[in-house]
Design a protein around this ligand. Sequence first.
Ligand code: ADE
Length: 278
Amino acid sequence: MRIDVVSIFPEYLSALDLSLIGKARQQGLLELTVTDLRGFATDRHRTVDDTPYGGGAGMVMKPEPWALALGAALERSPRTADEPGERPVLVVPSPAGEVFTQATARELALREHLVFACGRYEGIDERVVDWSREHFEVRPMSLGDYVLNGGEVAVLAMVEAIGRLVPGVIGNPESLVEESHSDGLLEYPVYTKPALWRERPVPEVLLSGHHGRIARWRRDRQLQRTAARRPDLVAALDPAGLDRADRAVLAGAGWTVAGGRVLRDDTTGGDAPGSPVA
Ligand code: ADE
């Protein structure tokens, strides 16, 4: 996979030299280039922002440096524009974008070329997005309902979430199967040695060596934890994927399966969301 990041703070992205993503780059699994938007400014002050038309607070990023920087990223594309096949994806981090989820990460991990455009100030002149649609599949993306100072932190998060799903980046792909969000549930709690730590024992079942009971215990903890912390995820579960034991655990947490959906049952007196769960 090829990834291009354009930013006025390229040093911000130096964390991508480290850990699994850094290793994947060294191994050639990910080809990642970070470019400085100011290198594409057209004046001697290397200006990349200007005042907003219509007035208002703050500054807006000028369109031409962006078009030049994105054009340079397009030239690094594994495929040329006249070759058949998919267009590169242009991810524009913004609190006004669609929410980036594990499903988005999975989808983008299958693409050949991702370009990330880190906006700062009040954002990028909207015409850059219109122009980009001629060359890219454009995806404005938000990490969540809060405002960051710029796209760089969001790009670090997205590149890590996507990059670890690229085949070969994680040594043991099994670890991707059992993590939070892989099956619509939060992950189960984990423990390591010693078996007794500061008067706190590891749950007995985990020492039993009984794989079936351990799997059931873990699944129960996943369901309870998800019900307590993320009722939105429980409401989105497909009842077809829930066995009798799952339904019993959910019933204990105040949820019932009815009409092909998982519904909150306010009359069962189950745990309220936010109640403490390991
Ligand atoms: N830039 C500023 N806030 C952001 C957010 N919440 N997600 C992605 N990019 C952003």
